[in-house]
Design a protein around this ligand. Sequence first.
Ligand code: SAM
Ligand code: SF4
Length: 649
Amino acid sequence: MGFRRCWSVELYRLFSAGMRRPEAGPEEGHEKGCEPRLGGPKIAAMARRIYLETFGCQMNELDSELVSGQLVALGYTFTPDRALADVILYNTCSVREHAEQKVWSRLGELKERKLLEPGLVVGVLGCLAERDGVALINRMPVVDILVGPGELDKLPGLLENAVKTNESLAADAALLPSPPDQPYVTSARQVALQGNASRRSATLAAAGDSLELLDLSRSMSPMVGEGVRRSAYVRITRGCNKFCTYCVVPFTRGAEVHRPPDHIIEECKRLAGSGVIEVTLLGQTVNHYRFEHGAAVMLDGIMQPQKGRSYAGGGGAGLAGVHRRDPFTGANVTTFADLLRRIHDEVPAIKRLRFVTSYPRDFGDDVLEVIRDHPRICRYLHVPAQSGSNRLLKLMNRGYEVGEYLEFLDRARAFLDTPERPLEISGDFIVGFPTETDEDFEATVALIHKAQYKNSFIFKYSPRPGTVAIDKFADDVPEGVKRSRNNRLLAMQTAISQGRGERYVGRELEVFVEGYSTRERKKRAAERGACATGSGGGGVGGGLMALTVNGKLTQGGLAGLEMAGLERAGHEIAGHEHGGGEVSGHEVRVEVEVSEKASPQGPRAQFSARTDTDMIVMFDAEAGEELVGSLRRVIVTSANALTLGAELV
Ligand code: SAM
Ligand code: SF4
């Protein structure tokens, strides 16, 4: 498989091979093929405009934010209009085929433009780049830059090289004749991929983790113009060691490494200092976090992230094996529970502390106790189950059985679900995993019924190149069966979500105001004559745009972007968290989100907010930015499967 090759850091500068110039357009009055129409390098130093579109999970959003901060510091600006960009970057996801297809089609659209503008720089970042490697450039020669998620700190250098290379290629091409049947396409071929390098070391320390510098150098408000951001993601672990058989993440994001706790606390403090009041900690199995101080490695005075130690967690199948405390707990170790406690106590300006995504087997009582005893930690757990069938859980290599999962749910509710302060849980499920029978599926139905999730993210199995499942199991559940199972789970979850929402009616709650509601944004976008479809670009003059497609837009992405002001223009989010999946019991937004410095079109507007249990709340209030990013009290007046209706107190 492509990503199993070992690409350390490779820099390709191919100046000639396989490159041909574009055909001259007759409208230019050139003789076809002799004097090609080349605008020459379009990019002027220090005036490069970047269009960045992000697909996939919150981790990708954060990656985009971090690299954007670096690029802004280097003098690049961002544009929401792809047509105006000198540099086009796609931060990609390969978790499911759906997300990947969107990227291929975006790249396909650039072919003609690249012929006319050889100076244009096109980059593919993230999981798709890592998985396909240079084969991706061979398939799509418009691509100049490939950067895997583990090498993103190298993007500024590669981008600079690509810009210069394309400039000189374009200049050369303008001087050289080329046959009309061989159009010229430049590719600067700047490549930084991790390959399997991150899994080679058997030591605990990930020596010289340069990605840590990307997080450490995070610009607290890289693109802040006039606004102040109030919600942010902070990653605590990268990569994954679980190797679920269907999942590409352990290959594209590499081995699990945990960041030093002091770095995380410092980042939270700096974010709080810049106005953030809500932090969401990120990790593929976020509750598996642990940092062993005795094994810490320093490099150039910087403590390095640490490879995750493999341990059995629950200790094998059966309830007896469920771990109740991190077995490595002690004075010389920071466990996940310790980390939560430290952030809560040491950064009181963070009013809401969240974390995603949790792995069922790693949930000890120690974590539940900390959540229970620390009021600013939110009562919301996202704990994917994937299936209700023990047979399938085994084929998926999930490492737990349904009984253990249910035991965890009961335990979590016993610790955290009280009349005064409820707990909400959401799940992920895959339908149509190879060999899934009606009986297996009914077991999933039964689990969803028992679990009573606030919402579930439900996916049809998508065979992914490089995974164990694609090699081992035929994708033998017909598409029609996958679809009908998917629909049945969605309908069932919708009814459950409605019921859970109704329990909130009449209650007074504190909510974090994320911004205008979807409906309000659409209205405002339409009033401005803005493009309100999900293709990216859009050309809203000077405004900020965040785009979601097939996914929910969570508080972190939206509020952060929204509050960041005009300079964030051009940083788009396509797909979210589980982009491409189907979400039940959750707001699904498919639109262009426009947030110029709000100029109210009328006296009142609909706002979207979130409870600490992650319920989405809509209320009307005077239009304007004052409420956005603040905590307010509301009374819930109505409920449906997706949202709660409320009034400001
Ligand atoms: N680390 C998280 C966990 O396991 O709990 C989930 C991360 S994964 C990127 C997000 C979700 O995508 C998974 O929970 C799973 O439901 C879904 N997913 C991953 N690979 C998939 C595949 N090949 N086909 C369908 N859904 C998939
Ligand atoms: Fe993928 Fe499983 Fe890791 Fe989640 S825990 S990222 S599903 S391998």
